[in-house]
Design a protein around this ligand. Structure first.
Ligand code: FEO
Length: 374
């Protein structure tokens, strides 16, 4: 599908409505791999911004060729080389071997490592530009938002920020291409889920990126996943500012658990009722029913994270272990945790969960000893 977003700018990326796990992250609403074609109609130069996942190379080429033959592309800007944005590079670059590829030095190295060949890369740094005649593309490296090679590209004359993974959302709607078409609540829910699962460890780097973005006059944000932003840019930047400063809701409680025979589930319900009665916002996630990554959107702004597990063969439940391993990698900071769980034969799970929560540097409440053991 090709979307004309300006007279001479097209979204030509691929849609992946069926994907349900994206490198370990649940994507119940699918994903898109956005890429963009820009035509400088004064110089008649064509610029391709980003590529797509390898599996979608044919669809991508079909989309490009609804606009121009691939061989007409004069320049490529490769903002990021994770395979969801670079898998089609060998096929595309093979057809335009002389087109310069503007990317960071890290991306140049990564492309060579991934695809075992040298491409015609032109490494760029902050302040570098590509001038095509009437257009100037400004490169804004954003290391660790969320990979070392990541960058964004700002097209000054059109006031468009091609933000790659930043400000993305994993969703593949049939009839919404812009934020206002998706609706504010759905946009922010998907963007929060995405931030929590992809960007959360990199708050300091996001703050640096926001400082760069604040210098730009932006009318449209074109990310590499999900819908484009034209109405809620300020709200999205504000949310990234809050999330990257680790601002949480002091009255928000997330309870995550798995249970063998229902005892730990009863404890989860008791804890939920106690905190709800105390006026807290409480959400409960049973890891039998939900993928561990689906909890993270709630963890993003919650002060209190309570984790429950039965003891199975002297260990916590494997689902809980998976959740904790995943959350530990995403490094949510300054939370208050509590472990709970039924005793089983020997009751090791609670201490094991406490150790992980404490290892995150959180305050770990001992409440279960007084209230919930048994
Ligand atoms: Fe969407 Fe970092 O890849």
């Amino acid at each position: 599908m090709v979307i004309k977003i300006r007279d001479n700018i097209y979204a030509v990326g691929a849609r992946d409505p069926q994907v349900r796990i994206f490198h370990g992250y649940a994507t119940p609403y699918g994903a898109t791999y956005n890429a963009y074609l820009v035509h400088d109609d004064q110089s008649d130069k064509w610029v391709l911004i980003d590529n797509v996942k390898a599996l979608f190379t044919e669809e991508f080429i079909r989309n490009i060729e609804e606009v121009i033959p691939v061989e007409r592309i004069d320049y490529v800007i490769q903002n990021h080389i994770e395979p969801d944005h670079s898998g089609s590079c060998p096929a595309i670059f093979g057809r335009i071997p002389n087109a310069p590829i503007y990317c960071t030095a890290g991306a140049q190295k990564g492309l060579k490592a991934y695809y075992k060949q040298d491409f015609n890369c032109q490494p760029v740094k902050l302040g570098d530009t590509l001038n095509t005649g009437k257009y100037t593309f400004h490169f804004v490296p954003a290391p660790m938002v969320h990979w070392p090679d990541s960058m964004l590209t700002y097209l000054a004359e059109e006031k468009i920020l091609f933000s790659n993974d930043a400000f993305g959302q994993h969703i593949c709607p049939d009839n919404a291409f812009y934020d206002d078409e998706l609706g504010y609540d759905r946009l922010m829910e998907r963007a929060g889920d995405y931030y929590a699962n992809i960007v959360l460890p990199f708050g300091t780097q996001v703050q640096g990126l926001l400082k760069q973005a604040a210098k730009l006059d932006i009318e449209l944000v074109c990310p590499s996943h999900g819908v484009m932003l034209r109405k809620y840019i300020g709200e999205m930047v504000g949310a990234y500012d809050r999330w990257s400063q680790n601002q949480v809701q002091e009255d928000k409680v997330v309870i995550v658990y798995d249970s063998m025979w229902g005892s730990t589930a009863e404890m989860a319900e008791q804890i939920r009722a106690d905190f709800a009665n105390a006026g807290k916002q409480v959400s409960v996630h049973c890891l039998k029913d939900e993928h561990y990554s689906q909890v993270m959107g709630d963890v993003l702004e919650a002060k209190f994270i309570f984790v429950g597990s039965s003891t199975l063969n002297n260990n916590m439940m494997p689902t809980v272990s998976a959740f904790l391993t995943y959350m530990r990698g995403l490094k949510p900071k300054d939370r208050v945790g509590m472990a709970f769980g039924s005793y089983g034969w020997s009751g090791e799970s609670v201490k094991q969960v406490e150790d992980v929560l404490g290892g995150l540097g959180w305050t770990v409440l001992p409440l279960r000893k007084q209230l919930y053991r048994g």
